[in-house]
Write a protein that binds this ligand. Structure first.
Ligand code: AMP
Length: 281
C-alpha cells in the first residue's frame, strides 16, 4: 500500500492511473478505522481497480468546542488494517496542505445542512461537503463509497454529486454493528462501560420500531417516534438530540412511513458522547 501525504502528489498519481484506464474507488474516512470502514473498502474493491482511502480528520466539520483535538487517531494501526483489505493508496494529507492560508470557498447543500444533525451542528455539513468535493477533485474517483451509518451525510453528498454534475457513482454501505447492536463508530471509544451498555437502546428501539411497522402495521410517524423517545428516556445517561422520520428523497418529515422512502434517524448523547443511528424502511 502506498502512503501519499501531499494533495498534488495524490492528484498526479490519480490522473496518471486514469490515463491508464484504471477505475478509481474512494473511501473517505477520518481514520481510527474499525470494521465499518473496512466493509466500505471491501465494497470499493468490488467496484474499482484502484482503491484509495483518505484518512483526514477534517477541521472544518468540527465547531469550536467539539472534539476535533480529542478525536482518536492511530495512523500506524489504520495503515495495517487498510493494507489487509487490501487498499492500494492511503491518502493522509496535513491540515495545512488541505486548507492553506487564504482559502475561502465552501460548498453548501442548501437547507439540508441545517436540519437533523445540522440543527445542533450548523456548520458541520458545509465542512463535510467542502472536504468531500476537495477529495473528489484530488483523488478523481469513478466511484465513492460512504456508510449509511451517516445517512444524512450520504444523502446530502449524493445530492451534491447530482447538483454539481460530478461523474461519480455514489455507493452506500450498510451499517456494521457490534454484537450488541451498537453501530460501530470511532467515537464509541469515548463511552464509559455503563454508557456503552445503555447506548444499545438506539439500535434496539430502531429494530423494535421496524417490527412495529412490519408486524403490527403501525405507520403513524408520531407513534413510532414517541415509542423510540420513550425507550431512550428510560436510560440513565441518554439525552435525545432528535428522533425523526423523514423522506430519503426530500429529507422532509413524514406523517406516515412510506415503504422504500423512509429514514428513521436518531441522535442522542450518552454522557459526553454524541451517537447517531438509523434504519431505512
Ligand atoms: P468517519 O471516519 O466516521 O468519518 O467515517 C468514514 C465513513 O465510514 C463514512 O462514510 C461513515 O458513514 C462510514 N462508517 C462509519 N461507521 C460505520 C459503520 N458502523 N458501518 C458502516 N459505515 C460506517
Amino acid at each position: 500500500m502506498e502512503i501519499i501525504k501531499n494533495p498534488s502528489g495524490m492528484q498526479k498519481f490519480a490522473l496518471s492511473a486514469k490515463r491508464k484506464g484504471q477505475r478509481i474507488g474512494l473511501v473517505p474516512t477520518m481514520g481510527f478505522l474499525h470494521e465499518g470502514h473496512l466493509s466500505l473498502m471491501r465494497l470499493a474493491r468490488k467496484h474499482a481497480d484502484l482503491v484509495v482511502v483518505s484518512n483526514f480528520v477534517n477541521p472544518t466539520q468540527f465547531a469550536p468546542g467539539e472534539d476535533f483535538a480529542a478525536y482518536p487517531r492511530d495512523f500506524e494501526r489504520d495503515c495495517r488494517m487498510a493494507e489487509g483489505v487490501p487498499v492500494d493508496v492511503m491518502f493522509a494529507p496535513d491540515k495545512n496542505d488541505m486548507y492553506p492560508e487564504g482559502c475561502r470557498t465552501y460548498v453548501e447543500v442548501e437547507g439540508w445542512g441545517k436540519i437533523l444533525c445540522g440543527a445542533t451542528r450548523p456548520t458541520h455539513f458545509r465542512g463535510v461537503a467542502t472536504i468531500v468535493l476537495k477529495l473528489f477533485n484530488i483523488v478523481q474517483p469513478d466511484v465513492a463509497v460512504f456508510g449509511w451509518k451517516d445517512a444524512q451525510q450520504f444523502l446530502l453528498l449524493r445530492r451534491m454529486v447530482k447538483d454539481l454534475d460530478l461523474p461519480i457513482e455514489m455507493i452506500g454501505g450498510e451499517i456494521i454493528r457490534e454484537e450488541s447492536g451498537l453501530a460501530m463508530s470511532s467515537r464509541n471509544t469515548y463511552l464509559a462501560p455503563e454508557e456503552k451498555e445503555e447506548a444499545v437502546i438506539l439500535s434496539r428501539s430502531l429494530s423494535q420500531a421496524e417490527r412495529m411497522i412490519i408486524e403490527e402495521g403501525i405507520t403513524d410517524a408520531a407513534t413510532l417516534k414517541q415509542f423510540i423517545r420513550g425507550e431512550i428516556e428510560k436510560t440513565k445517561h441518554g439525552r435525545i438530540d432528535y428522533v425523526e422520520i423523514v423522506s430519503m428523497e426530500s429529507l422532509e418529515g413524514m406523517n406516515m412511513v412510506k415503504k422504500d422512502d423512509t429514514l428513521i434517524a436518531i441522535a442522542a448523547q450518552f454522557g459526553k458522547t454524541r451517537l447517531i443511528d438509523n434504519i431505512r424502511y
